[in-house]
Design a protein around this ligand. Structure first.
Ligand code: CAA
Length: 711
């Protein structure tokens, strides 16, 4: 029947199996195979009912996202769904694993929905900036009413089978509660197949025939309540940079107001509009970029070193967060501190993180006991020496880290991996200190390490491939997104961040206020502006880095010393009660501070700078350009392996607005020639910041985009 769909008739039931690993995405070959199978089942004289089931991990993860933007190939998914719905024999969708997006829309078009209790269903299209485009906006309210449908589609969160069944989105569950929530296994698929076939036979025995979802109107009777729900969700969608939530409300309303076929075409047009929106381009890019990031070159066929026990040197905020991340993932963890007092503080930090998880209901006492039973605290390095992996998480001081690596290199068992959590420092130098070049790698966690998903894997010049493979495997177990970085001061995320802040500082010096800059970047889509973030993390951290780099800084480089002045004046941010903002008990989030503006004014006067008018548009444009220029340099230098990794670093490391896709995606959307020309114009002001790097020129010359380099 086509390689991705198989068809079989036994005992009066036609069984259609979707088989397109890894997730049964509904690409063209699969749609064609399914269409042929549906026609064959309809025509087959012995088939009285049809069961559609997925092979492998689940039913289907929906439309093939990689196909978006490619020339359309028949049959379109909406037409396929209509074909299923119009089948003169009862069609049963049998769901295990996940039925998401177009996958669940297929199930909605079937006449009955049977699921394994461990399955999940959902319509997550909104997270990709699109809407269900194969009848989902029309059929869901018919089964579950407008409120459930709007919640499901505007939040995009999957529902467990039991909840979905309670809401009318599934008809029948099979399987036991045992293993519920586990990943779909063969036992689950077998139980489901048997259960779905039995359900089909039962329907036939009871004389129940096809039940087209479009004809179900029971939940649409209360017109006033229906319209009120739609209006509530439409209101909620206002101001969203993505058109999808608003269009979902429009489509759900169309389900009430228009005849089914007209409403389906209305949905199709809305789907196409969303697909063409810049927000969808950004969100789809983010989805693919996150999955691509974990693919490191040169690791095919490399077996990672086994990691079961993890030692963490240093139990400060980072060390404690890393310990929690590792405990949560099931590892045995030993945390070492320099003495009993510090060890106690480290333990308190770990317990405090878990205390917050307990109070929020994210963890129960039994799970906490299990995690803490795998934790050992110690006041010396000795207990770490038998670990499979030791992660150094002490303060950001090269001398201290070098000394520690020399000790670890001697003491830790041969074959173990030695990792540093440094944010900036030279991993090659630390590897040399250890005397074990091949065993050393950087694992740069972001704070709070137990929650932030980004993990920069810093591959040093001599890191062994199996050590790199172990880091990628570790990231997967921790539920983190690994991106590969070469050795460089600040790696990927902090280098791009630094360029962003430098561009902001230049504008500050020239005439903008920090409040204007923060507001412009919030308007751009960041949750916080750069100076709000600096106040939150403490100005002394970036000051320490500036002091460290002072000796190597080109004296001709434009340098804005406002941050240094502030640090010297004790304006270290929130912790000092004043930074770029002033913090009081009545204004814990900070208020504008005239004293800071006066400090900036006097700085300008001292340097002979006359403040100029700066617009919000100029602020966001320049900050973005600086990020793009630095990203291009990272590619040129080979520090980043692909542009989309830089996007992932900024999306997850520093809250770059997801719907914009990341700075490199923005460059592609704006056009590289335009970006290049803008950089050339700015270059005389500060060549180190704005000079376009050769890779940009090369791409333009070849008519290519950054995306070409994503491979
Ligand atoms: N299309 C194409 N590829 C997909 C895909 C999809 N819909 N969903 C997942 N994949 C791919 C991933 O890119 C990944 O590929 P690689 O192995 O090459 O990296 C692979 O499947 C496995 O995915 P994950 O790494 O994410 O695996 P997971 O087990 O962590 O999660 C999942 C599995 C829950 C299905 C998750 O992948 C997911 O949420 N997928 C997206 C689901 C979705 O948004 N569907 C809606 C699509 S749009 C639609 O259907 C519109 C319409 O109405 C026409």
């Amino acid at each position: 029947m086509g390689e991705t769909v198989s068809f079989d008739v036994a005992d009066g039931i036609a069984l259609i199996t979707l088989d397109n690993p890894p997730v049964n995405a509904l690409g063209a070959a699969m749609r064609q195979g399914l269409e042929r199978a549906m026609r064959a089942a309809t025509a087959h004289p012995a088939a009285q009912a049809v069961v559609i089931i997925g092979a492998g991990r689940g039913f289907s993860a929906g439309a093939d996202i990689a196909e978006f933007g490619q020339p359309a190939q028949a049959p379109a998914l909406p037409d396929l769904c209509n074909l299923i719905e119009a089948c003169p024999k009862p069609v049963i969708a049998a769901i295990h694993g996940v039925a998401l997006g177009g996958g669940y829309e297929l199930a909605l078009a079937a006449h009955y929905r049977v699921a394994h209790v461990a399955a999940r269903i959902g319509l997550p299209e909104v997270t990709l900036g699109i809407i269900p485009g194969a009848g989902g906006t029309q059929r869901t309210p018919r089964l579950a009413g407008p409120v459930v449908a709007l919640e499901l589609m505007t939040k995009g969160l999957p529902l467990p089978a039991r909840r979905a069944a309670d809401l009318g989105l599934l008809d029948h569950l099979v399987g036991s509660a045992e293993g519920e929530g586990d990943s779909a296994g063969q036992g689950e698929a077998d139980a489901l197949r048997a259960g779905a076939i039995a359900y089909a036979k039962d329907l036939l025995a009871k004389g129940r025939g096809p039940r087209p979802t479009r004809q179900i109107t029971g939940r649409m009777g209360d017109v006033l309540a229906y319209e009120t729900a739609v209006e509530r969700f439409r209101e909620r969608a206002r101001g969203n940079p993505s058109p999808a939530p608003g269009k979902i409300a429009d489509c759900v309303e169309a389900a009430l107001l228009l005849p089914p076929d007209a409403a389906m075409s209305f949905e199709r047009t809305a789907f196409e509009d969303c697909l063409a929106s810049p927000a969808s381009a950004g969100l789809r890019h983010a989805f693919m970029a996150e999955r691509r990031a974990a693919k490191f070159p040169g690791l095919a066929g490399i077996t990672p070193r086994p990691v079961q026990t993890i030692g963490i040197a240093g139990g400060g905020m980072m060390g404690a967060g890393i310990a929690v991340a590792c405990l949560d993932a099931g590892f045995k963890v030993t945390v070492s501190e320099v003495n009993a007092l510090e060890m106690g503080h480290a333990e308190d930090r770990i317990v405090a993180i878990y205390g917050r998880a307990l109070s929020r209901g994210k963890l129960d006492e039994a799970a906490l006991t299990g995690r803490l039973s795998r934790l050992t605290m110690c006041d010396s390095l000795s207990p770490l020496v038998d670990s499979d992996l030791v992660i150094e998480a002490i303060s950001e001081d090269m001398t201290a880290k070098s000394d520690l690596f020399a000790i670890l290199g001697e003491a830790v068992r041969p074959g173990a991996i030695l990792a540093t959590n440094t944010s900036y420092l030279d991993v090659n130098a630390l590897a040399r200190q250890s005397g074990r070049l091949a065993d050393v790698i950087g694992l740069h966690f972001f704070s709070p390490a137990h929650r932030q998903r980004l993990l920069e894997v810093v591959v040093a010049d001599h890191s062994a491939p199996e050590v790199v493979a172990s880091a990628v495997a570790l990231a997967r177990k921790l539920g983190k997104i690994p991106i590969r970085s070469g050795v460089s001061d600040g790696f990927i995320a902090n280098r791009v961040l630094s360029a962003y802040r430098t561009a902001a500082d230049h504008l500050l010096e020239e005439g903008a206020t920090p409040y204007q800059i923060d507001a412009a970047m919030r308007d751009f889509g960041f949750a916080m502006g750069p100076y709000q973030v600096l106040d939150m993390v403490g100005l002394d951290i970036s000051w320490a880095r500036r002091k460290r780099l002072e000796a190597s800084r080109d004296p001709a480089e434009r340098y804005v010393a406002i941050g240094d002045l502030m640090c010297r004046a004790g304006r270290l941010g929130q912790k000092a009660g004043r930074g770029y903002y002033r913090y009081t008990r009545s204004a814990p989030r900070g208020v504008e501070d005239p004293a800071l503006l006066a400090l900036i004014e006097s700085y300008r006067a001292e340097h002979g700078i006359t403040a100029r008018h700066v617009t919000g548009d100029e602020i966001s444009r320049r900050c973005l350009l600086a990020m793009i220029a630095e990203g291009a340099r990272l590619l040129d230098e080979g520090v980043a392996q692909r542009p989309s990794d830089i996007d992932v670093a900024m999306l997850h490391g520093f809250g770059f607005p997801r719907w914009r896709g990341g700075p490199m995606k923005q460059a592609d959307l704006q056009g590289l020639l335009q970006v290049h020309n803008a950089l050339v114009k700015l270059t005389p002001e500060a060549p180190f910041l704005w000079q376009p790097s050769p890779i940009l020129k090369e791409l333009i010359k070849n008519g290519e985009r950054f995306d070409t380099l994503n491979g």
